[in-house]
Ligand binder design. Sequence first.
Ligand code: HEC
Ligand code: HEC
Ligand code: HEC
Ligand code: HEC
Ligand code: HEC
Length: 336
Amino acid sequence: MMDMRFKEILLSIILLFFLPVICQKSYATVGGDCDVCHNLYPGMMEKTYSKKAFQYVLKNEFCVNCHSNITSDTIKILGGNRVPVVYNSVPPINSLAGGNFYYVGKDFGDRKGHNVYKIASSDMKFRNEPPGYSRRNDHSSIGYNFRENLMCAGSNGCHGDRNIEDPFLAIMGTHHAIDKPIDGSTTAKSYRFLKNTSNEKGVIGLEDKDWNQKANSNKHNEYSKSIDVVCISCHGSFHDIENKQGGWFRHPVGVALPFKKGYEDYKIYNIDAPIAREILSNTSSSEINTGKDSVMCLSCHLAHAGPYDSALRWDYENLYASENGKSGCLICHMGK
Ligand code: HEC
Ligand code: HEC
Ligand code: HEC
Ligand code: HEC
Ligand code: HEC
């Protein structure tokens, strides 16, 4: 008898503990059938971590595996949840906002984007070195480790806390946490789990619920200048206004579209050259505010990878060949 009661109490305690998790099933908070995910990757929830290297290796693999797909779909369903797919093993249809790692995973794909561990081997040109890395601009306590590969998260990655080496620990708790409002206070409440370190405010933005799948000028993610901070933490001396070394002059970022001749054509938000908003509203908009909206790293680059070299949004070699004359640099610059 005692035993039964004890079991009941224990069960209700467990239920009470998980109730918030189960009830918070808004689109970006994971809930549903626990086993589908937690049995798929046993060990995912383990709270005791060994210091052995293979544990670390395995963790990044989890991110990659769960966020991958063997079909061309870029959103898949798991345990009743929609998983944003960033790596398809066949050509993706309707890539999400960051592009798709498919392009970098293919043969000769090195230059198409970020060679993330378990997707592509080290980049032949850059090895594991972020071009233009500057320790001064990397505010993480650990810094980037050139002897290790590029990861999804953690100190050698982009998502989660870069003060924590292990990609999984760096993001722990985010998938089940309430992630609104996006105010940069925690990793979960930062745009796409992008918060460099616990001491800095995370990235602010407006998250399209379909991660920009089938985005158009009205419906899309909205960015703010804070997203550049992520890129700058590994590419600190790149596209510095003063830094004009090499053949390619380093384009300025954080500069508003000026009221100058040559810039008056960019009037409707173009998802091929997105801009950072000065003030974010609650909905995405097709409006362009000259003098306010600014150019950012992601105006020209995809965060993950794409079909073109240097992870550019367009083919730099064939910029001027488009039929309507409005692609690439020409979206912002007239008559160049
Ligand atoms: C078992 C599957 C699974 C694993 C493993 C997993 N994720 Fe996710 N991830 C999801 C699902 C489902 C979502 C969508 C729900 C959401 O947005 O929170 C998601 C969303 C995200 C998002 C987008 C959040 C947003 O604002 O929309 C990021 C970034 C992300 N995951 C990164 C990672 C990283 C990094 C790892 C490894 C450390 C990882 N995920 C491991 C299932 C997984
Ligand atoms: C779509 C996949 C998915 C489903 C379904 C899922 N989880 Fe998770 N869960 C994850 C991922 C990924 C992590 C590790 C990353 C993180 O913590 O953000 C995680 C971490 C956890 C953690 C440790 C971190 C934390 O938030 O405390 C707990 C506890 C947890 N899950 C409980 C549950 C329960 C209970 C359910 C069922 C109601 C469930 N999960 C369903 C993907 C899932
Ligand atoms: C954790 C460090 C890290 C962060 C953060 C980071 N990168 Fe990188 N990036 C690298 C490394 C390492 C390489 C070189 C290896 C490679 O190309 O995969 C690289 C290469 C690149 C390249 C050249 C790709 C090629 O092969 O030609 C571009 C472009 C780039 N990054 C842009 C960005 C942008 C834009 C952001 C912000 C959204 C960003 N990076 C954030 C580490 C980082
Ligand atoms: C106006 C467009 C534009 C913006 C904005 C921009 N880039 Fe680039 N970036 C380029 C082009 C074009 C190249 C390719 C240059 C070449 O191939 O000579 C490039 C190349 C790179 C490379 C590869 C370097 C190499 O040697 O191939 C990195 C890394 C990079 N950019 C990072 C960044 C970061 C970080 C930001 C934001 C701080 C940024 N870019 C903003 C257009 C841009
Ligand atoms: C998202 C809009 C946008 C895109 C796309 C863009 N630019 Fe710019 N560009 C700007 C802004 C804003 C400035 C700064 C204007 C100012 O300060 O007067 C600028 C400045 C320049 C300048 C003048 C630099 C200076 O300091 O005076 C050149 C040259 C230039 N861009 C070339 C390019 C090339 C080449 C590309 C394509 C690889 C490109 N831009 C793509 C917005 C853009």
